[in-house]
Design a protein around this ligand. Sequence first.
Ligand code: ATP
Length: 123
Amino acid sequence: MSGVNRSYFSKRVQSFGYAFSGIGAFLKSEPHARIHALATILVIVAGIYCHLPVLQWILLTIVTGLVWITEMLNTVVEKVMDHVAPEYHERVKWIKDVAAGAVLVAALVALITGGLVFVPYFL
Ligand SMILES: Nc1ncnc2c1ncn2[C@@H]1O[C@H](COP(=O)(O)OP(=O)(O)OP(=O)(O)O)[C@@H](O)[C@H]1O
């Protein structure tokens, strides 16, 4: 393997390291993240208990991922805005409210999907 390729792969590995440490930082600093982690564990336990078919696991994986991604990006938006514009501003309010709205949409989608998947098993 050439030196160029080696440095390319070592940079990719390093980027994965930064990404994993970002997930760790999110879990460590944000109480919301720990609630999501708990909810995710509960969904996995319930899925195993109900012997869900693969398609339902896929649906739950997608909606759970959607909630994690929107929550992480919403947190990033909040941190960026607090850093660049810590004072009260109507435009900051709009940005933060819309970012929070994205999390709400994802949470509702997850709730509806989770209900449609699990309710028949528990009826
Ligand atoms: N600088 C600001 N200017 C205008 N409105 C703000 C500002 N900071 C916060 N807000 C308002 O307060 C709401 C909550 O913002 P905040 O950054 O505290 O998020 P949060 O959801 O409480 O986050 P966390 O609980 O993670 O701290 C925003 O959605 C927005 O309506």
